[in-house]
Design a protein around this ligand. Structure first.
Ligand code: FAE
Length: 543
């Protein structure tokens, strides 16, 4: 296949470029998904003065599930997303830029990149870029940088696609008020099916150069007595095998991940969102940011929305009335909105739990330096497929992550999810008129200690040391960030047991803000499954 793939639609084959130019974002998404039929989606953005049944703020996992299920139940949905549509190729013919060569598409309104690794082999790797509504936000709070996706599809656009259902014995600690039987019998299977979750073919894993790094990870984990587990992903594994065979355009095997995958990854743009569009009841408004939600005098809520330019300026302010509002702006986005709305008197009856219970899913990163006889490979897929499970004994689950630099580095790299007990709170600062988070960098120490239960043992068995050149000069631990923000409107505390916000009828939280800080594994399958559970109940009882 050439670099300009051909997608089949009901009207025959069209080139992706032509199809996108001739249609709108949602139809383009449906075409990218290879779906045979998609009913026409409404193309126009939300209009000033509109009255809407359901307004969903944010188009990540929670927002996409809510939009699809509400629309299928016959409810008209306005899905409002502050990021771009990500449906139009740039000058290089691609929608997304690669991780090694970030351009303006990479970061959300920054003039310099802020890569998770600040340096490599002692050299700083960040560079200047034009300020643009790029795909990855590195949002800085005191003591932590929180990485989040921006655009139609939310975090699914930028994440590694690791689609992990927590072990059942850990679920009680993840969501204590939720019936585990229902989740494991109905909603986790529904979420996994809806997301297109699959596992790498073991025979290919065992032979391909692209996963040598993970095989080294397996060998070393097993030599130290740790369980090594394959981890499912939403990447199309058949497509990846074709990438390796050279028969399709490379994406995961061409360094694409952090700023989007042009091919192969089943982001929400290829799963829930085209299905939502196919109902004909969902309108998506990209580059629209919700800033205010206040009870309307005639019932429902008055919602203020800023339309943004790609430079981040506000071009128009729209006011609409919504019968119901679903907060799906992600843990940080939903928390920031709710904390502000409560503190500024727009929604004063929200309860005192708003903004509380925020955690980083215990994220901490590190690299290890292998011996010269243990190369991890110059060619590495960007998609992780395996992990080291020491949750029960040491409180750590370490994803064996790629370091796709294109050269041999002898480095093994890991993102650990740990049972870090620390929880932070969002609060409103009336002086700066901004929402703050009181996380402290020192609160990562339990995560480091838990990750060490794996890596000290491996280093001792292998006679190896940590890398000290990835996160600063002579710095071992990447303890400055999280990819997995969770909490801020915790289920059963800020809301009832289905996400209905306390104090107001018709207001719901339906995203990662509901989860109290930790999922024991990567979070998006749990966010999706919980959203599936909650929306089913809400549709049955409230609509
Ligand atoms: P999210 O997907 O963040 O969607 C919220 C959306 O709301 C975003 O599109 C925002 O732009 C939008 N928004 C925010 N505020 C507003 C506003 N005021 N008005 C309008 N729109 C707004 O929320 N998780 C895994 O399970 N496996 C992985 O492999 C994995 N890798 C990751 C790698 C990276 C680099 C990152 C950043 C995250 C990763 N995650 C991973 C985390 C995962 O993407 C995240 O938990 C989910 O995306 C959160 O889903 P939500 O629906 O809560």
């Amino acid at each position: 296949m050439s670099g300009e793939p051909v997608w089949r639609t009901t009207s025959g084959s069209v080139s992706r470029r032509l199809f996108i130019a001739g249609t709108g974002s949602i139809l383009a998404s449906a075409a990218l998904a290879g779906r045979a039929s998609a009913a026409p989606a409404r193309q126009t953005a939300i209009t000033d003065g509109a009255r809407v049944s359901a307004l969903v703020i944010g188009s990540g996992y929670g927002g996409s599930v809510a939009a699809l299920r509400l629309a299928q139940a016959g409810v008209d949905v306005q899905l409002v997303e502050m990021g771009m549509a990500w449906d139009t190729p740039g000058p290089d013919g691609k929608i997304f830029c690669t991780t090694p060569n970030p351009d303006q598409r990479s970061f959300w309104l920054r003039t310099r990149t802020k890569q998770p690794f600040s340096q490599f082999l002692g050299f700083p790797i960040d560079k200047d870029i034009p300020r643009y509504t790029g795909i990855l936000d590195a949002e800085e709070f005191s003591g932590i940088t929180v990485y989040q996706g921006r655009g139609v599809g939310g975090g699914s656009l930028v994440n590694g696609g690791m689609a992990v259902t927590p072990k059942r014995e850990n679920f009680g600690a993840v969501l204590p008020t939720v019936d585990a039987n229902e989740m494991y019998d109905v909603y986790y299977p529904r979420a996994n099916a809806g997301l297109g979750v699959a596992t790498i073919r073991p025979a290919w894993f065992d032979t391909t150069d692209w996963y040598q790094f993970a095989r080294v990870g397996r060998k070393q984990a097993q030599r130290s007595g740790f369980p090594f587990v394959f981890v499912p992903d939403v990447y199309d594994w058949d497509y990846m095998e074709q990438e390796a065979a050279g028969t399709v355009t490379k994406s995961a095997l061409a360094g694409e991940i952090l700023f989007g995958n042009n091919y192969g990854k089943k982001s929400l743009q290829k799963t829930y969102l085209p299905k939502a569009a196919a109902t004909g009841r969902v309108t998506i408004s990209p580059l629209h940011r919700v800033t205010q939600v206040i009870p309307a005098s005639g019932g429902g809520y008055t919602v203020t929305i800023e339309q943004l330019t790609t430079a981040g300026a506000v071009s128009t302010i729209k006011t609409v009335t919504a019968d119901t509002v679903f907060f799906a702006a992600g843990s940080v986005g939903t928390s920031k909105l709710l904390v502000k709305l409560k503190a500024t008197g727009a929604l004063p009856n929200l309860n005192a739990e708003i903004g509380k219970g925020w955690g980083d899913n215990g994220n901490v990163m590190c690299g290890r330096a292998n011996h010269i006889w243990d190369p991890t490979g110059a060619s590495q897929s960007t998609i992780p497929c395996a992990g080291i499970d020491n949750w029960a004994a040491g409180g750590a689950f370490a994803e064996v992550a790629p370091l796709p630099t294109g050269i041999e580095t002898w480095a093994s790299f890991y993102l650990s999810i740990t049972k870090n007990p620390n929880r932070a709170q969002f609060t409103w600062n009336p002086t700066t008129r901004a929402v703050e988070l009181n996380w402290q960098t020192a609160w990562k120490q339990p995560s480091i200690d838990m990750a060490k239960t794996i890596f000290e043992k491996i280093n001792s068995t292998e006679g190896t040391i940590y890398r000290t050149d990835l996160f600063g000069t002579y710095k071992i631990w990447g303890d400055h960030l999280t990819y997995h923000p969770l909490g801020g409107a915790v289920l059963g505390k800020a809301t009832d047991n289905y996400g209905r916000l306390a104090g107001y009828q018709g207001l719901y939280a339906i995203d990662g803000s509901l989860i109290p800080g930790n999922t024991s594994v990567n979070p998006f399958v749990t966010i999706t499954a919980l959203a599936e559970r909650n929306i089913e109940k809400i549709i049955a009882q409230d609509f």
